[in-house]
Ligand binder design. Structure first.
Ligand SMILES: Cc1cc2nc3c(=O)[nH]c(=O)nc-3n(C[C@H](O)[C@H](O)[C@H](O)COP(=O)(O)OP(=O)(O)OC[C@H]3O[C@@H](n4cnc5c(N)ncnc54)[C@H](O)[C@@H]3O)c2cc1C
Length: 402
C-alpha cells in the first residue's frame, strides 16, 4: 500500500520506545515492576533517607519474583536472560532513591550471580536459594581501609587450619554490611602470591539466633554524602572460623572470579546510571515547561532548550552503548574493554545530567523538597563505586597494550 510522502517524512518522536534487545516478556516485566516501584517504593523514598530501606522490601521483591529473574528455575528463579537484570535496574530508578537501588543490586547483581556461576550444589542450596527467596540478605566485601582500587593489595587473610579457615581483617564501605546474613568475602590465602593469592569465601555473619557469629563485628556504620537509604558499614573479622567448603570457586583464583563479578556489576550500574539520568531529565523537562521567567516558560529560552538537547543526546548515546555491550555480554562474550567504557561513560553522563538538572531548577534544585539535590548527591557515587573513573581509564588504556 502506498504511503503519502507527508506521513513518511513526519518525525516520530514517540518511536523507538522498545529497544531491539528487549522482547514482549521484558516489556511486560517492565510494566509490572515499574507499577510496583511507583506504588510501593517511591512513596517511602524520603522516609528511607532517614531510616534506610527495610528488609521487607527484599522479601516483597522476592515474593513477586523480581529477585530470581535471571537465575535457573531449579534454584527458585525464572531462568531469564541477562537483559532482565537491566530492566530491573531501570525500573528501580522510579523509586527516586539511589540508596535503595544500590542496596538491592548488591544482593541481586553482585553476590548471587557469582554463587550461581561458581558455587557448589551445597553452596547454591545454602545461599542462592534463600537469597532468591529474600530470606537471606547478602553483602560484598572487597574494599578495605587500606585497599580499594588495588584489589590484590587487600590484607584480610584466611589461614587454613584443618578443615577450616581462620579469617582476620577488616572491610570498609560495605553496602548492606550492617544487616547482611552473609558476605561474599575477598581474602588472601597466600599473602605472598599477589593476584594468585586471592580467594573468595561465603561467610555467614549471623548464627541461627540472628546474633553475629563469633569473631565478627559491625565495627561502625558510616555517614556519607548521598545514598542515605543504604546502610554502609565497616566490618571486622577476628579469628572467624569458616569451613573449607565455603570457598567460592577455586582457591587462589579469587582475583579473576571477582573481576568477572565486577563486569556484571558495572553493566547493571551503567543501566542504573542511564535510567537515573532519564528520570531526572523527565522531571526537569516538566519543570522547565511550567516554570516561568521573563514572561515565558524557562524551557523556551534557547540556553535552556540546548541543555535539554545536550542531555538527551548524551543519555541516548549512553543507553545505546549500554544495550550494545549488554547484548555482547548476554551472548557469551566477555567484552571487558567495552563494559569498562560503558561504566565510565554512563556514570559521567549521569553526573553531568544531575548537575544540569539542578541548574535548570535554579534555587528549587538546591532544595530538598524537589528530590533533585538527593539525586545529585546519590549519583556522585557512580564515578567511584564498582571501580573509579581513573581505574576504568587504566583498564581501557592497558587493553591496548599500553
Ligand atoms: C557508598 C559506597 C558504597 C560502597 N559499597 C561497597 C561494597 O558494598 N563493597 C565493597 O567491597 N566496596 C564498596 N565500596 C567501595 C568502592 O568500591 C571503593 O571506594 C572504590 O573501589 C575506590 O576505592 P577506594 O575508596 O579505596 O579509593 P582508592 O583506591 O584509595 O583511590 C583513591 C583515588 O586514587 C585513584 N587511583 C587509585 N589507583 C589509581 C591508579 N592506578 N591510577 C590512577 N588513579 C588511581 C582513584 O581513582 C581515586 O581517585 C563502596 C564505596 C562507597 C563510597
Amino acid at each position: 500500500m502506498a504511503t503519502a510522502a507527508s506521513d513518511v517524512l513526519k518525525p516520530d518522536y514517540g518511536s523507538g520506545r522498545r529497544h531491539l534487545i528487549f522482547t514482549d516478556e521484558h516489556e511486560d516485566l517492565r510494566e509490572s515492576m515499574k507499577r510496583w516501584v511507583l506504588d510501593e517504593l517511591a512513596p517511602h523514598a524520603e522516609e528511607w533517607e532517614e531510616t534506610v530501606w527495610p528488609d521487607s522490601v527484599l522479601h516483597r521483591m522476592a515474593e513477586l519474583g523480581y529477585v530470581g529473574l535471571c537465575f535457573p528455575e531449579e534454584y527458585g528463579g525464572q531462568g531469564g536472560d541477562y537483559f532482565y537484570s537491566l530492566v530491573r535496574a531501570e525500573c528501580l530508578s522510579y523509586a527516586g532513591s539511589g540508596g535503595l537501588g544500590m542496596g538491592l543490586a548488591v544482593h541481586t547483581d553482585m553476590v548471587l550471580p557469582p554463587i550461581e556461576l561458581l558455587g557448589t550444589e551445597e553452596q547454591k542450596r545454602r545461599y542462592l536459594v534463600p537469597g532468591i527467596k529474600g530470606e537471606k540478605i547478602a553483602c560484598l566485601g572487597i574494599t578495605e581501609p587500606g585497599a580499594g582500587s588495588d584489589v590484590a593489595g587487600i590484607r584480610t587473610t584466611a589461614r587454613r587450619d584443618g578443615d577450616e579457615y581462620v579469617i582476620n581483617g577488616s572491610k570498609t564501605f560495605i553496602t548492606n554490611g550492617a544487616r547482611a546474613d552473609f558476605i561474599l568475602l575477598v581474602t588472601k590465602t597466600d599473602p605472598d602470591a599477589g593476584h594468585d593469592g586471592v580467594t573468595l569465601f561465603l561467610v555467614d555473619l549471623k548464627g541461627d539466633d540472628g546474633e553475629p557469629v563469633p569473631g565478627f563485628t559491625v565495627a561502625r556504620t558510616l555517614e556519607k554524602l548521598g545514598m542515605h537509604a543504604s546502610d554502609t558499614a565497616e566490618l571486622a573479622f577476628e579469628d572467624v572460623r569458616v569451613p573449607a567448603a565455603n570457598i567460592l570457586g577455586e582457591e587462589g583464583k579469587g582475583f579473576y572470579h571477582i573481576s568477572w563479578e565486577l563486569q556484571g556489576e558495572r553493566l547493571v550500574a551503567a543501566a542504573g546510571s542511564v535510567a537515573g539520568a532519564e528520570r531526572l531529565f523527565e522531571k526537569t523537562l516538566e519543570y522547565a515547561k511550567g516554570r516561568e521567567a521573563f514572561g515565558r516558560p524557562i524551557g523556551r529560552f534557547q540556553a535552556i532548550r540546548h541543555k535539554f538537547a545536550e542531555m538527551a543526546t548524551k543519555i541516548e548515546a549512553a543507553k545505546q552503548l549500554t544495550y550494545a555491550t549488554a547484548w555482547r555480554f548476554n551472548n557469551g562474550e566477555y567484552p571487558v574493554r567495552e563494559i569498562t567504557a560503558t561504566k565510565l561513560f554512563t556514570s559521567r553522563v549521569a553526573c553531568e545530567v544531575a548537575d544540569e538538572c539542578i541548574q535548570i531548577h535554579g534555587g528549587y534544585g538546591y532544595m530538598k523538597e524537589y528530590g533533585i539535590e538527593r539525586a545529585f548527591r546519590d549519583v556522585r557515587l557512580n564515578r567511584i563505586g564498582a571501580g573509579t573513573d581513573e581505574i576504568m581509564l587504566e583498564v581501557i588504556g592497558r587493553s591496548y597494550g599500553l
